[in-house]
Design a binder for this molecule. Structure first.
Ligand code: IYR
Length: 218
């Protein structure tokens, strides 16, 4: 068996638990998907810390099957925008079902993706479907679940740091693997533009389901 070490765990009293639970909820419920970004610069270190948070996520057999790319180079951002808009044009004009287009109506989205150039950073998250160790393929486990959890933590960390984000999936996303010259074991998972919102940023008037519709206590 592997070496085990004592857990570092600080127990809180109940009032403090409840205070923190509430405070975190009040903070997180203000998070919105933002599509209008300011081009104002943001310190790189803030983004790096958020990615450090994401990289603490649990993962299948602790394989940590993720890579995070931070894109700030305007030329690369432009390439990503052009490729994303090519795919999204086809999505909106050919690939999405009428039902899907109708479901997107409240969001007011279309194939134009200017935020891919305006936002100071694009974080591109890749899942690593396997590893190469000594020239041999080694499996990763629960890759989608692991990377999904890491992305949730990343969004929470960026929000907590005072930044706006968008979870963007301009599918198919193979172009991201090509533009960023990723190794063959990586597949693009999520594209997260981040920065300050534009001063006049607007968001759709949509709401989360009430608690009793999403939680059942047995
Ligand atoms: N990826 C497209 C379409 C889109 C799909 C869903 I599901 C959304 O919640 C939002 C948008 C786009 O970004 O426009």
């Amino acid at each position: 068996m592997n070496r085990h070490i004592p857990l570092v765990f600080k127990r809180l009293d109940e009032p403090e638990m409840l205070r923190r639970a509430r405070a975190f909820y009040e903070r997180m419920r203000t998070r919105r998907s933002v599509r209008h970004f300011s081009s104002e610069p943001v310190p790189l270190e803030v983004i790096e810390y958020a990615i450090r948070v994401a990289a603490t996520a649990p993962s299948g057999a602790n394989k940590q099957p993720w890579s995070f790319c931070i894109v700030r180079d305007p030329t690369v951002k432009r390439q990503i925008r052009q490729a994303a808009e090519r795919e999204e044009y086809l999505n909106y004009h050919q690939r999405m079902s009428p039902q899907w287009l109708q479901d997107l109506q409240p969001l007011g989205t279309d194939w134009h993706k200017p935020f891919l150039e305006t936002a100071p950073y694009l974080i591109v998250v890749f899942k690593r479907v396997y590893e190469i160790v000594d020239g041999e393929k080694r499996p990763n486990y629960y890759v989608n679940e692991s990377v999904g959890i890491a992305c949730g933590m990343l969004l929470a960390a960026l929000h907590e740091s005072g930044l706006a984000t968008l979870t963007h999936t301009p599918s198919p996303m193979r172009f991201l693997e090509k533009i960023l010259k990723r190794p063959p074991n990586e597949r693009a998972y999520l594209l997260i533009p981040t920065g300050y919102p534009a001063d006049d940023a607007q968001v759709p008037d949509i709401h989360k389901k009430p608690f009793d519709k999403v939680c059942t206590i047995y």
